[in-house]
Write a protein that binds this ligand. Structure first.
Ligand code: PLP
Length: 374
């Protein structure tokens, strides 16, 4: 089906059972930030606000310097991040997205018998990078709170002196749930050095629970801790590809050997710097996210569809019926929702878009209910 026809079908289907949706408003917003006439993208936890105006300008201005290697701008970004986190610049490792940091850590810790301990379900990249020749995988189901089962992970890790990589995604993707930092801290504080902690804080800024804090505070005392952050989420830069790790200088130097020397590009770096300097950006992203979450929660509560207590820019909620069928039907309505995350196949992960996109999603879900689909 042609893309435009596809869109029209989606709108027509949506409009059939929808009161009060404003497709023209929606189109205006997606045209501004997404592909013209493209689907509503609620599948990859992107930030629908897009680059902040200062970052857009920085990209435009940076084009004049794009014939030069980005050494000076790399140093400026590392310095800005070091200042932000109260560490020295040699604690910062830049990456082509935080995914590259995950890959670098997997490679830096690989051996013939490295244990990889991780939650299930969690963000899959670390598992994808860990080859069976070098890693023995130990998935540990999330506990009843939907937190990492630190007790069980610890038991597995401390069973031998083999090199061990522990991946903790906090808040966790795809569940959006938190693991209490007290439990992580207790383990880090007493763990032997054969255990390396890779703490993924991609969604750090969205979490405001009193029991939640960054693990960056450990890095100077514990060279076996690496914390990973990204510009893809709160800063809205997923397409630019910029992320970083924070670690003890010795660890940072070692991990950096596993990337290409100049792995970040001038335009992304400039956009990153401008975003860091935009003091209102985080609050704007949080505000838009909170409005989207409110629309979504209201709809889920109305339909009696249980959802997890999310602390991120996405939310996991129950569906009734087959997940793949549900994802396919959403696509037919021109909405992309998250992929399946086994073993949670009765849940769908939906990213938080602009408020008008969430209205559109909510109305579609109501239509699904009327059709007996959820
Ligand atoms: C937990 C987590 N870590 C890392 C990433 C990768 O982000 P980046 O765009 O920085 O590579 C994602 C992306 O969705 C994520 O959810």
């Amino acid at each position: 089906m042609e893309r435009r026809a596809f869109l029209n079908t989606g709108l027509a289907l949506g409009a059939a059972g929808i009161a009060g949706t404003a497709p023209s408003r929606l189109n205006a917003s997606t045209r501004r930030f997404g592909a013209p006439d493209g689907p509503v993208r609620l599948s990859s936890n992107e930030n629908a606000l897009g680059l902040c105006p200062a970052a857009r300008q920085a990209v435009i201005d940076g084009i004049a310097e794009a014939n030069r290697y980005p050494g000076a701008t790399r140093r400026a970004v590392a310095q800005a991040l070091a200042t932000k986190h109260g560490v020295s610049t040699d604690c910062i490792v830049l990456g082509n997205g935080s995914t590259e940091l995950l890959q670098m850590m997997v490679q830096a810790t690989a051996s013939r018998r490295t244990k990889l301990i991780y939650a299930e379900p969690t963000f899959e990249d670390v598992m994808e990078y860990s080859l069976p020749e070098t890693y023995l995988r130990h998935p540990v189901p999330l506990d009843r709170r939907m937190a990492h089962d630190i007790g069980r992970m610890r038991e597995l890790a401390e069973r031998s002196w083999d090199p061990t990589l522990v991946y903790i995604c906090n808040p966790n993707n795809p569940t959006g749930t938190l693991t209490p930092c007290g439990e992580i801290d207790e383990w880090i504080g007493s763990a032997p050095e054969n255990i390396r902690f890779l703490i993924d804080e991609a969604y750090f800024e969205y979490a405001h629970d009193p029991g939640y804090s960054s693990s960056i505070r450990w890095i100077m005392d514990r060279p076996n801790v690496v914390v990973v952050r990204t510009f893809s989420k709160i800063y809205g830069m997923a397409g630019m590809r910029l992320g970083y790790g924070v670690a003890h200088p010795d660890t940072a130097k070692h991990v950096a050997q596993f990337s290409a020397g100049t792995n970040t590009n001038e335009l992304a770096l400039r956009a990153g710097l401008a975003s860091l300097n935009d003091t209102g950006l985080v609050a704007r992203s949080l505000d838009s996210n909170a409005r989207g979450v409110a629309i979504l929660r209201e709809c889920l509560e109305e339909l009696g569809l249980e959802f997890l207590p999310g602390h991120t820019n996405f939310l996991m909620h129950r569906i009734n019926g087959d997940l793949q069928t549900y994802i396919g039907r959403m696509r037919e309505h021109n909405i992309q929702v998250g992929r399946p995350f086994p073993p949670m196949l009765t849940y769908s992960r939906v990213s938080i878009g602009l408020p008008e996109e969430m209205e559109r999603f909510a109305e579609t879900l109501r239509t699904f209910r009327q059709n007996g689909w959820v």
